[in-house]
Design a protein around this ligand. Structure first.
Ligand SMILES: [Zn+2]
Length: 97
């Protein structure tokens, strides 16, 4: 089947952490308990769809006890800008107390 790595084949992408059948190659980089009161996890991954000429992206995931995990593929060029915006927002929130 096109676009899916079969469960019985070893993934040929060396950096991929996914096992079994998957439609996205993924390397898990960070998992931060980032929600209020420690609820939920924010994950940062490298991700690449299993399809010809797909580029490697930065993936942000949010996992909570009350909803399905949400994932979002960021353009690589946008990731540093988003990281800077998060840092600035955190600094402002700290000052506002
Ligand atoms: Zn893979």
């Amino acid at each position: 089947m096109t676009g899916i790595v079969d469960r019985n084949t070893v993934c040929s992408v060396k950096w991929c952490d996914e096992k079994g059948r998957h439609t996205v190659h993924r390397r898990y980089l960070a998992s931060v308990p980032g929600g209020m009161s420690g609820a939920g996890l924010v994950g940062v991954n490298l991700a690449q769809r299993v399809q010809p000429r797909a580029s490697v992206c930065v993936e942000l995931t949010v996992t909570t006890p009350w909803a399905a995990t949400a994932g979002f593929l960021l353009a690589v060029t946008a990731a540093p800008e988003i990281a800077a915006a998060l840092t600035e927002a955190a600094e402002r929130a700290t000052h506002l107390g």
